[in-house]
Ligand binder design. Structure first.
Ligand code: ADP
Ligand code: MG
Length: 237
């Protein structure tokens, strides 16, 4: 484990455990995860299917709680927060990009991007910033399109813009190109890396993409509920 002040960590976990019950059977999914990601880093999580990557991302994103262990988000001890405190910290700090875009079909790209902003403060949704983000992800001409009028790659770009609308310090992405063709996938990765450089958020991403791993600061390999290897491969600029 490296030596950094707590305030330098975007994410830190200590001995995280998580089990699920399917019927009477207990499945131990996370078995003591110690994760460290510094502010501003691009950290890539890789590993076989079923080893607990998504479960870990859900816990880090405060969508779910661990059974045991501690989690700090930018130095804040999440273990001490109640449900409301967790939701507040999540809305203020975290943006999510999932494998499935989860866009609302009845709403335009612009409206979808605005939803987290409305949830945060219903009277002050930042439409100008939503338009700026849609332009930034290359969808200036698609602002009023509904999800069904967009390609898979375009939908994920809307999801990226939506993840950024509240200016999160941390973006969590779970196989964001899992449903895209190779070219759209590569282009989404470039976009995520560019946005990290421009906006300086921390990016924690689960992916099988080698290109992303080559361009990360930190590479985390998961196996069977553990972190099998975690190494810094580049310094933050
Ligand atoms: P990965 O993202 O690495 O593929 P997951 O974190 O999705 O792995 O899942 C790890 C294991 O936990 C899998 O065996 C999966 O079946 C199980 N699991 C995940 N979510 C649940 C749940 N809600 N209830 C029961 N089992 C679950
Ligand atoms: Mg997964």
């Amino acid at each position: 484990m490296s030596n950094h002040a707590m305030s330098e960590y975007a994410v830190k976990t200590e001995n995280i455990h998580k089990s699920y019950f399917s019927g009477p059977q207990q499945v131990d999914v996370l078995k003591g995860v110690n994760l460290e990601v510094l502010n501003g880093e691009v950290a890539v999580i890789m590993g076989p299917s079923g080893v607990g990557k998504s479960t870990l991302l859900h816990i880090v994103g405060m969508l779910d709680r661990s059974d045991k262990g501690r989690l700090w988000i930018r130095g804040r001890d999440v273990s001490e927060l109640d449900k409301v405190g967790m939701a507040r910290l999540r809305n203020a700090t975290i943006g999510f990009v999932f494998q499935f875009h989860h866009l609302l079909p009845e709403f335009s790209a612009l409206e979808n991007v605005l939803i987290p902003s409305l949830i945060r403060d219903s009277k002050n949704a930042d439409e100008d910033y939503a338009r700026e983000l849609l332009e930034r992800v290359g969808l200036k001409e698609r602002v009023l399109h509904k999800p069904r009028e967009l390609s898979g790659g375009e939908r994920q770009r809307v999801a990226v813009a939506r993840a950024l609308i509240n200016k999160p310090q941390i973006v969590l992405a779970d196989e964001p190109t899992g449903n895209l063709d190779k070219q759209s996938g590569e282009s989404l990765y470039h976009l995520l890396l560019e946005l990290n450089r421009e906006l300086g958020q921390t990016l924690l991403i689960v992916t099988h993409n080698e290109h992303m791993a080559d361009n990360a600061h930190r590479l985390i390999l998961m196996d069977d509920g553990h972190i099998a290897d975690q190494k810094v491969i580049a310094r933050r600029s």
